[in-house]
Write a protein that binds this ligand. Structure first.
Ligand SMILES: Cc1cc2nc3c(=O)[nH]c(=O)nc-3n(C[C@H](O)[C@H](O)[C@H](O)COP(=O)(O)OP(=O)(O)OC[C@H]3O[C@@H](n4cnc5c(N)ncnc54)[C@H](O)[C@@H]3O)c2cc1C
Length: 397
């Protein structure tokens, strides 16, 4: 394998891939459309390293549940059908992936990759001293409001050895900020982690710069891949051409726009929202990460900030914050954990999850002999980044 690799995309996936390749002794050119790294979907995500909660969105019963949600005013899901064949194709493939057997198979694939990712991050933290990104192994509690949902949660433990079923009193003892909330119980997984994805990316970038083996080309959108027969020979950056030896595509939800003939990239953006609110000494912020199962909203303490994330909007490529959706999430957070943070000073954000219909990322070689893919990590990009980057680097080497 030639020693120089070009990566398109400076989100958490592109950066983790670059880091893994440099660790293997290769040199990297990372090309990013924006002026700064990790400023798209990897900027203010939920912060959950959710290694044992990887079941894809596509599951039996989800289409019916989704219909119910679509009829609700304040729903975790929103669908705006568009005159866009890519959206329709994605929705049909999503429905096909909702079969229970397909969901089970995909969950197994994701769980294996997630646990590999956890081990990889641990190695990078310990061997390379990677830190300063608000990482904590604080455990995760999936909390339930109804007996019906709680019963289902108990039935579907992915890792019964490390997961505990707890009643109302126990969850309040574990996490005192839940006293007075409507949760009747939950599933607690002690080995789950949280961290700030943007700060993690900055740490990776700093190490990559210091290695002397990584060159960042920022503010350089790739407009087209140039190919000859079964090989990519270069990238078009506006009017300029950049020659490539090996190429990895990590352009998140924009990746399909760079596909070559014969490459299927069934990725569609699932828009979501987050808020980041400061925590002062008088607040009662949760230490454990919390998922409000029925409302589909997650809470994570990242240092002195509370990160709340929610919503799946299938509405096309508009990346702006929809004020009504954001306000709906803010209202839910205020109602559920009113004293957790200073919501009056919350910072709003929207991002586009690069989702495949099955929830499984696209990782590996292609029919073009020097083109590799690492994309489509959907709602789990931060969780899966280190494992995906490391796995691809191993494959390439
Ligand atoms: C609300 C929300 C909450 C989330 N919470 C979690 C969570 O708690 N845990 C978790 O694991 N995951 C979470 N995710 C998912 C996670 O954030 C994503 O899966 C991950 O950030 C995707 O990373 P990426 O590198 O593939 O994409 P991005 O971060 O979007 O990076 C892709 C990069 O490619 C660049 N690019 C695109 N096209 C081009 C081009 N033509 N030329 C050059 N550069 C280009 C873009 O500018 C961008 O910087 C969440 C997502 C959302 C929206």
């Amino acid at each position: 394998m030639s020693q120089r690799v070009t990566i398109i995309g400076g989100g958490v996936i592109g950066l983790a891939t670059a880091y893994a390749l440099v660790r293997e002794g290769l040199s990297v050119d990372l090309v990013e459309a924006r002026d700064s790294l990790a400023s798209a979907t990897s900027f203010a995500n939920g912060g959950q390293l959710s290694y044992r909660y990887v079941a894809p969105l596509a599951d039996a019963g989800v289409p019916w549940q989704a219909l119910g949600w679509l009829l609700q005013g304040e729903s975790p899901l929103r669908l705006r059908l568009r005159l866009d064949p890519a959206q329709w194709r994605w929705l049909v493939a999503f429905m096909m992936a909702c079969r229970r057997s397909v969901n089970r198979r995909n969950t197994e694939v994701l769980l294996e990759l997630a646990l590999h990712s956890q081990a990889t991050l641990e190695r990078w933290r310990e061997d390379d001293g990677l830190g300063n990104f608000a990482w904590r192994r604080n455990g995760k509690l999936v909390a339930f409001r109804s007996e019906h949902a709680f019963a289902r949660g108990r039935e579907h433990l992915l890792d019964p050895v490390s997961q505990q079923v707890l009643g109302a009193t126990d969850i309040q003892a574990l996490e005192p900020s839940l006293v007075g909330t409507p949760f009747i119980g939950g599933v607690y997984t002690k080995d789950e982690e949280v961290a700030d994805c943007h700060r993690f990316c900055q740490q990776l970038a700093e190490r990559l710069r210091a290695s002397g083996r990584c060159r960042f080309l920022l503010g350089r959108p790739v407009t087209r891949l140039i190919r000859r027969n079964d090989e990519v020979t270069g990238l078009l950056l506006g009017h300029e051409q950049l020659d490539v030896e090996q190429l990895v595509l990590c352009a998140g939800h924009r990746s399909p726009g760079l596909a070559l003939p014969g490459l299927k990239l069934p990725i569609y953006p699932l828009k979501g929202y987050s808020l980041t609110a400061p925590i002062a000494s008088n607040h009662r912020a949760p230490e454990v990460s919390i998922t409000d199962y029925e409302r589909k909203i997650v809470y994570a303490r990242l240092g002195e900030q509370l990160r709340v994330a929610a919503m799946v909007d299938i509405v096309g490529f508009d990346e702006t914050v929809d004020a009504r959706r954001y306000q709906s999430m803010l209202r839910l957070a205020r109602n559920t954990l009113p004293e957790a943070a200073d919501y009056g000073r919350a910072v709003e954000w929207a991002g586009m999850r690069p989702a495949t219909p099955t929830g499984v990322p696209i990782l590996g070689a292609t029919r073009y002999r020097n083109l590799w893919l690492n994309l489509g990590h959907g709602a789990l990009g931060f969780t899966l980044a280190c494992g995906s980057g490391e796995r691809l680097a191993r494959l390439m080497c």
